[in-house]
Each structure stands twice: as C-alpha cells, then as structure tokens.
Design a protein around this ligand. Structure first.
Ligand code: ZN
Length: 299
C-alpha cells in the first residue's frame, strides 16, 4: 500500500533542489477533523502540502507558518509545519460552497480571492522569526507560492500542489512539489524540466494511481544524478493538549475565571488548528481560580 512520504533531494551536481510529497492521508485527516466541504478541503490541503514542503529543510521542531490571506469568501487559510513532518492547519470558513469553474474544477481561486497576501514565517528557534510576503496572483495557492518563492525568497522555483476530491467529499489523493534552481545551475536544464513538469499532468492525478513519491522524484529528475538528502513522513498532528489550555485559562486571572463560571457554568475551548474540543467543568474553573490566587506571582 502506498503511504504518505516526503523526499528532499538535490540533482545535477547541486544545481537543482527538489522537495516532493504525497500527502493523501494527511489531507484526508485534515478533512475529517475539520469537516471541510470540497473547495475548503482543496484550499486547506494545498496549503498543508505547501507547508510540509517548506518546513522539510528545517531542523527538528523549527516551524514554518503559511498564511494565505485573500479577500474571498473562504477567509484566511493557516497552515503550520515543522522539520519532523508534523503539519496542522485550518480554514476560516470550512463549510463554504461554491459552484465549479467553467472547466469543472473546484474554484479555489474565487474562494481564496485574488487580492491579498501570502505570508511565510520561518521560526528559527532562539526566538527569532523571519516573515516574507508577496501579493496573491490567482488565489490558487500553488501559483501564489511560486510567485512568493521567486520574488520574496529570490529562488527560481516551479511548484505544484494538488488535492483530488471524490463526489462524496472525501479525499482521493493529494501531493505536491517545489523544484528549485540553485545559483550556478546549468541553464539548459530549464526547458527539459518544463517538459517533464508538463508531462506529469495534474499532481493529484499522479498520486491517484497508487504511485509513491519516489516515482515523482524519478519522473522529474530521473537521470540527473539524484541524491536523496532526507526522507520524512508528513502527518497531520496538532500539539494542543489539556495542560496547555489549563495554563491559558489560568493566565486569564481569578476574576475572569469566576465570571466564566457564573455566566456559562463551564468552559468549552476549541483548538483552531485541529478542531479538538476541550471541556472544563464549573468545578475545574473554580479550582483553577483558587490555584491562581494561591500561587505566588513571579513579581
Ligand atoms: Zn489542536
């Protein structure tokens, strides 16, 4: 059985860099968690795949956050990934419905909007973060990301992201790649690579027929002296937990906790990133308020 996987490779004596991933199971899990409708599933799945690729060269838990903030009815799309392959994310309006495009495709461009920005934040640890941004081109996300990589990160790049969705709204296949030309690369490769990308067809279709990510690497770079630098397993996984939310509630202070108890009797907290629900009962809220009161402050 084919599984989700991500490969980071170089080829042509370091002149080319490829990040490629099959993300079918990851996107299916995101769809299940958020209950997204087809167009939001496609936008979220493309963004989750993009951030898995962008984060692939980070070390360990160093994070990359992708924010696609257009003026369309979908609202923002937020995706976050780290160097271990963990990815999480959400869309603002998971139940958006839109008619298909004239070509019968999911209209991600209209959902996201054509005006707005794409932001990529690389969190390099040591409390340092670098954010780069570029204007949206089409709202289709792969095109917007390509533009970002070329303009903001100044690396000549080609990029494809795809999610194929069944009639019942479930995810059939998903994946993508970022192919980049490094300084000093042989320019004569460009035409050849463009031909190969064209021959691939839509990336989601590529993975629909049980092919794995190694086959994608071979299809793109086959004879160009490929060196695999890393293999990772991309997975939808959030790092929220009850303990973090306890800390968050405590930071609200005893008065706020007491008034939550008085007004709602309990607290229901939802994690945006994975849609997990956490319930804190009235007794728990009061106990937390007591804990805050009796814990000496750091001042
Ligand atoms: Zn979560």
């Amino acid at each position: 059985m084919t599984m989700d996987a991500l490969i980071w490779a170089t080829a042509a004596e370091g002149g080319l860099r490829l990040l490629a991933a099959r993300t079918t199971d990851l996107v299916a899990e995101a769809q299940r968690r958020h209950g997204t409708y087809p167009v939001p599933t496609a936008a979220l799945g493309r963004s989750l795949t993009a951030v898995a690729l962008l984060a692939a060269m980070q070390k360990g838990e160093e994070r990359v956050t992708l924010r696609v903030l257009g003026d369309g009815p979908l609202g923002g799309v937020i995706a976050q990934g780290d160097g271990t392959g963990k990815v999480r994310g959400y869309v603002q309006h998971p139940d958006l419905e839109l008619p298909p495009t004239a070509a019968g495709k999911l209209d991600v461009g209209t959902a996201v909007g054509k005006e707005g920005f794409l932001h990529v934040t690389r969190d390099l640890g040591l409390r340092e973060a670098y954010t780069g941004s570029s204007a949206l081109i089409s709202g289709e996300i792969a095109e917007d990301l390509t533009y970002y990589l070329n303009i903001s990160e100044q690396t000549p790049s080609a990029c494809a992201l795809g999610v194929l969705i069944d009639r019942d709204g479930s995810v059939l296949s998903a994946g993508g790649f970022i192919l980049q030309r490094m300084p000093g690369a042989d320019e004569s490769l460009i035409d050849q690579l463009e031909e190969r990308i064209k021959a691939l067809g839509p990336i989601s279709r590529f993975f629909q027929s049980d092919r794995d990510v190694q086959e994608l690497v071979t299809a793109l770079l086959g004879d160009l002296n490929v060196q695999i630098l890393a293999r990772k397993k991309p997975i939808f996984q959030c790092n929220c937990d009850r303990e973090r939310l306890r800390t968050l509630l405590k930071s609200m202070g005893p008065e706020e906790l007491a008034s939550m108890h008085a007004e709602q009797g309990q607290a229901e907290i939802c994690c945006h990133f994975c849609n997990a629900q956490y319930l804190f009962t009235g007794e728990e809220l009061l106990a937390l308020a007591e804990e805050v009161k009796t814990t000496p402050s750091a001042e």
